[in-house]
Design a protein around this ligand. Sequence first.
Ligand code: TMP
Length: 238
Amino acid sequence: MKNIKKGELITTGKAKSLYETNEDDFLIMHYRDDTSAFDGKKIESLEGKGTINNKFNAFIMEYLESESISTHFVELLNETDSLVKRLDMAPVECVVRNVAAGSICKRLGLEEGIDINPPTFEFFYKDDALGDPMINEYHIKSFGWATEEQVKQMQIQTFEVNNALKKLFSDAGMILVDYKLEFGDYKGKLLLGDEFTPDGCRVWDEETREKLDKDRFRQGLGDVVESYQIMAKRLGVI
Ligand code: TMP
């Protein structure tokens, strides 16, 4: 888009900031180097993370669009900024899991690394103070966080993303373990919003099962940005 100008800061999240533009329907999403885990209890700035995540997200969103999944992404503006459509976000997180890791292991006493077949789906309520509690679709409807139709669409589209991305990662020698998506309304249509980056998914090397995602930061494994770059290179992002 021509002549887009960055306006006022609207919100500052844990890793991104959102700005108004001179067009009502569009916002600028700015990817920062800040890296957070455990609902913001662990925060560090990792040089180059904003740039790699901005490019990674653009690549995935464009790929999903090519697979007929509608997203808020419009275009890359520079190293750390992307232009997106302004969505009215549902305050819920949609998680699909292909392999057991993270909170489901604790919750259900599962061994990390076992296959989940068929892949499973979970909703979480987006509230750091409450620790993003797991919720079900009745909570979403009862508390007005989304409509019945939006709940259905979030589930359908999150699984469509799984079909598209499982293959993309496996063709590049990686396992898509799990990921989190967020959706919002744009003029009556539900679109994939927020981001798809190594901050919000788990991805392992297919051969060695080495972790390449934000678990490196959560678990203090080191080489966080370097691993994100390895993932990006294998997919052809950079
Ligand atoms: P979990 O195992 O901690 O429930 O996370 C599942 C996936 O969702 C994992 O890839 C990390 C991602 N996620 C986020 O990116 N942000 C969040 O707030 C939560 C709860 C999960």
